[in-house]
Design a binder for this molecule. Structure first.
Ligand code: COA
Length: 385
């Protein structure tokens, strides 16, 4: 049975910072951000958006009433949870009006969570081929003002509908995964921002890719030449490129050129959004599918997922006949174009705004489809415009 992605979309907040402005404000050469790190714009989330609203805004665009009746599970991959007990998936399930006899829960393992969710969805559909699973990757990627990771922040969500006989791509049964207990990036439960050993995270990312890729070759016999494109987790666009370059010498020149060209297509959206944590790999996939003129039905794409800590996975997806008709290319590009650029002092003010804590109340008014309307008695109330 073919199982995979039937619908796929993303949502990012409508505010951004230009990386040249940020470089000037931080007394840094803009080329470090644009070339050295590979980022042009960075999405900034207003206080009225959290993982629930980002996820609901991403999913609302793709779900029909029939989908909502047929979805049995809502799984959110995130590392931006605001509650240790109640899952954001429960609120998303209600906001989207999904039928009540469903499972809703969160998965956590840094930026890897949504891949675990996707594979769990695939396994469920294998047992229940007439049903559907909604996978959401939603995060606020925040390192803090003036921090080393500041130019690699971002925010947004991906929504993925997993079904049998999918209309975009099938997920092959070839996953290779790896777990290694490493402290490259982590966030103790009391901390607002992650603790990160940047150089170690870069090194672990590249080594993890090498390990799962080499094992995948051993297990499947496939080589780089078998792939039309590779997509990577993109904490910043230079990162995936480093991983790709680390293996390119094992293949011929035509394959090298093809994979590099597809890589550039896969990072176009991320260059303008920044890090989505769990969603970054899938924003790369959407960017590739939306932009590339070189892919077709049957094209094979290798996906490398990496979550600090560290868990990684390499697996293959295959495009199906008619996949282009399922893509929301214009809508995606409009979403990116219609954002407002923030001056750096505005960004810093928005970044430091926080929702009330310890029972304090506040109300908000935002025109976005789903947003936080008020916080009262430590409960977030959401509204739909
Ligand atoms: N023009 C062009 N390139 C420049 C430059 C300039 N003026 N100044 C610096 N660079 C390049 C550096 O040569 C380096 O390139 P390289 O990595 O190919 O060698 C790159 O810009 C980054 O410079 P570096 O000095 O390493 O930056 P940094 O100390 O600020 O750290 C990160 C960068 C990514 C480690 C940091 O932003 C971070 O910790 N991010 C969060 C963690 C993360 O995303 N990890 C990834 C794995 S999940």
């Amino acid at each position: 049975m073919n199982i995979g992605i039937d619908k796929l979309s993303f949502y990012v907040p409508n505010l951004y910072v230009d990386m040249t402005d940020l470089a000037h404000a931080r007394d840094t050469d803009p080329n470090k951000f644009h070339i050295g790190i590979g980022q042009d714009k960075m999405a900034v989330s207003p206080v009225t958006q959290d993982i629930v609203t980002l996820g609901a805004n991403a999913a609302a665009k793709i779900l029909s009433d029939k989908d909502k009746e047929e979805i049995d599970m809502v799984i959110v991959g995130t590392e931006s949870s605001y509650d240790f007990s109640k899952a954001s998936a429960v609120a998303i399930h209600r906001l989207l009006g999904i039928q009540p006899f469903a499972r809703s829960f969160e998965i956590k393992e840094a930026c890897y969570g949504a891949t675990a969710a996707l594979q769990m969805a695939k396994n469920y559909i294998a047992e229940h081929p007439t049903r559907k699973v909604l996978v959401i990757a939603a995060d606020l990627a925040r390192y803090g003002l003036n921090s080393g990771g500041e130019p690699t922040q971002g925010a947004g969500a991906i929504a993925i509908l997993v079904t049998s006989d999918p209309r975009i791509l099938t997920i092959e049964n070839d996953s290779v995964f790896l777990t290694e207990d490493i402290y490259d990036f982590w966030r103790p439960s009391y901390a607002d921002f992650p603790l990160v050993d940047g150089p170690l995270s870069n090194e672990t990312y590249i080594q993890s890719f090498g390990k799962v890729w080499n094992r995948h070759k051993e297990v499947t016999g496939q080589t780089l030449a078998d792939y039309d494109a590779l997509c990577f987790h993109i904490p910043y666009t230079k990162m995936g490129k480093k991983a790709l370059l680390s293996v390119l010498s094992e293949t011929d020149e035509a394959t090298q050129e093809r994979l590099m060209n597809r890589y550039e297509e896969s990072i176009t959206y991320s260059r303008n959004v920044g890090n989505l944590y769990t969603g970054s790999l899938f924003l790369g996939l959407i960017s590739l599918l939306d932009i590339s003129k070189e892919l077709d039905a049957g094209s094979t794409i290798g996906l490398f997922s990496y979550g600090s800590g560290a868990v990684s996975e390499f697996f293959t997806v295959r495009l199906v006949e008619g996949y282009k008709e399922q893509l929301a290319v214009q809508e995606h590009q409009k979403l990116l174009e219609n954002r407002r650029k923030l001056a750096i002092d505005e960004y810093e003010e928005i970044f430091t705004q926080a929702l009330p804590k310890h029972g304090e109340a506040a109300t908000f008014d935002d025109e976005i489809l789903f947003s936080i309307e008020k916080v009262e008695n430590d409960i977030r109330f959401y509204k739909e415009n």
